[in-house]
Design a binder for this molecule. Sequence first.
Ligand SMILES: C[S@@+](CC[C@H](N)C(=O)[O-])C[C@H]1O[C@@H](n2cnc3c(N)ncnc32)[C@H](O)[C@@H]1O
Length: 275
Amino acid sequence: METIEGHLYDFPRYYDLVFGSDWKAEFDFLVKCFPKHATGSVEKVFEPACGTGRLLYRLAKAGYQVSGLDLNDKAVAYCNQRLRRHGFADTAFVADMTDFRLQSEIDAAFNMINSFRHLQTGDAARDHLMCVANSLRRGGVYVLGLHLTPTNVEPSEHESWSAARGSLCVNTRLWMIERDLDERLERFCMTYDVYTPTRSFQIQDSIAFRTYTAPQMTELIDSIDDLEVAATYDFAYAIDRPIVVDSSTEDVVYVLRKRSARLNSRAARTRRVTS
Ligand SMILES: C[S@@+](CC[C@H](N)C(=O)[O-])C[C@H]1O[C@@H](n2cnc3c(N)ncnc32)[C@H](O)[C@@H]1O
């Protein structure tokens, strides 16, 4: 099969075919999570690293005012085209999730499948959480899904997905090629096998993720004064089944809430010292 070295996110049509079909559980979870954990009503929602906007346009159809950003201009163009096609404003824009400011406050934000782990350093992760915290109104929530590194069981190293629409079929595989827990780095190889009536080819890329154990994630969240953990769930997305994160937890959805009032500086200092 012909092989193309390319950046997987530069092929939004293939990304969306594979991952866009997997939206219902996350969508249902989000629409129940917002009223359960945010104080006040949730109307304006925002997705940092929105990619093709597979969840954004469905939330727009459900009546939310949506917006999103992504570093990849092709994904943003795809997202905006679909928003327009469904009669909504094209509110996705190209930006870095570590450095953005929104024009008006949002009620909720979400980032469901590891995009946060693309941020390679602790500073980048903190900058991102600060940007989200600054964008949220008080009582608003950030729903953040990622894979943690469990410390008492072997983490998963392979995943694969397949999807077909009309005459297009895409098989995707992801497997680990390197894990360095001291450097907090996992590198995966990812391929799309693309089959069309006239051509079949493979796109190959590698993806780097920063690793987080549960305590490392807690330490990071605790370093952001304005955010607190309202609840934790797993990728079963069962709103009536929150989980307790422990050393065997792998997939986790943190529901972070912007505190209803700023911590006074003494409380913030104490929190940092004890965490
Ligand atoms: C796995 S995709 C997720 C897309 C979408 N959130 C979803 O659930 O389908 C990861 C996305 O993160 C984006 N991304 C990576 N680093 C970024 C950064 N620093 N700022 C904004 N977007 C970023 C990529 O371009 C890609 O579209």
